[in-house]
Design a protein around this ligand. Structure first.
Ligand code: SAH
Length: 235
């Protein structure tokens, strides 16, 4: 006679449990929870919407298969074409400093994996992101679409020029290191808006710079030394 109970247990074990683990936002949730506590909150990030977004975005679905296992480790990871996805803490910190909020419109330069765009898209209304490496832009668009993000808009091209048609922006997040702050980006920042950008060459120490526009004037201050891939220019 067939042992029904044993069969039920087997069915649960080989079929239902993996299915449950794979569906919904719970995929690798425990790892994200640990990442937020030990890497992000532990280093002083307190902005509630940022922490919520970091707990939600499935970083492992936005990195290439060969580094997926390390998706929640405390480090940047290669994403192909000589580019990298930033360390989770840096993404959280850059998000927090521009104080994103519901109702806002944000411009990102350097889509890369699409991870920073997704974190912003969890918080603000619309995210406009520009990437210079076409295959990266295409992959990010596909992956973010698969994850169901409908408020991220993509453009392939040189982000030096920003994306004027949708500006001005409440916040601008630049994720590649420029030698100076591109003037078109300053022009596309709203009054009262904030921009975060790594400044410096590939061979020097770069500084993460926060720019604020108030009364038509811009004020900048250095936040911390960082290391980003270079901001490249198209001809
Ligand atoms: N925000 C990304 C980080 C990717 S690394 C993420 O979350 O994964 C920085 C990205 O900036 C790279 O993909 C690089 O190709 C891109 N980049 C460099 N110079 C650029 C430019 N002038 N315009 C747009 N993107 C640029």
């Amino acid at each position: 006679m067939v042992n029904i109970t044993a069969m039920k247990q087997l069915y649960l074990l080989v079929f239902l449990f993996p299915l449950l683990a794979m569906t919904g936002g719970s995929e690798r949730q425990a790892e994200r929870e640990r990442m937020v506590r030990t890497q992000i909150e532990a280093r002083g990030v307190t902005h509630a919407a940022t922490l919520r977004a970091m707990r939600r975005v499935m970083r492992h679905r936005l990195v290439p298969p060969d580094v997926r296992a390390q998706a929640y480790s405390d480090s940047p990871l290669p994403i192909g074409y000589g580019q990298t996805i930033s360390q989770p803490y840096i993404v959280a910190y850059m998000t927090e400093v521009v104080r994103p909020a519901k109702g806002q419109k944000v411009l990102e330069i350097g889509t890369g994996s699409g991870y920073q765009a997704a974190v912003l898209a969890e918080i603000v209304d619309e995210v406009y992101t520009v990437e210079i490496v076409r295959p990266l832009a295409q992959r990010a668009r596909r992956d973010l679409n698969d994850l169901g993000y409908e408020n991220i808009h993509f453009r392939t091209g040189d982000g030096y020029h920003g994306w004027e048609a949708h500006g001005p922006y409440d916040a601008i997040v630049v994720t590649a290191a420029a030698e100076y702050i591109p003037p078109p980006l300053l022009a596309q920042l709203k009054e009262g808006g904030r921009m975060v950008i790594p400044v410096g060459s590939q061979f020097m120490t770069q500084q993460l710079v926060l720019v604020e526009k108030r009364d038509g004037r811009t004020r900048s201050r250095n936040l911390m030394p960082v290391r980003f891939v270079p901001f490249t220019r198209s001809e």
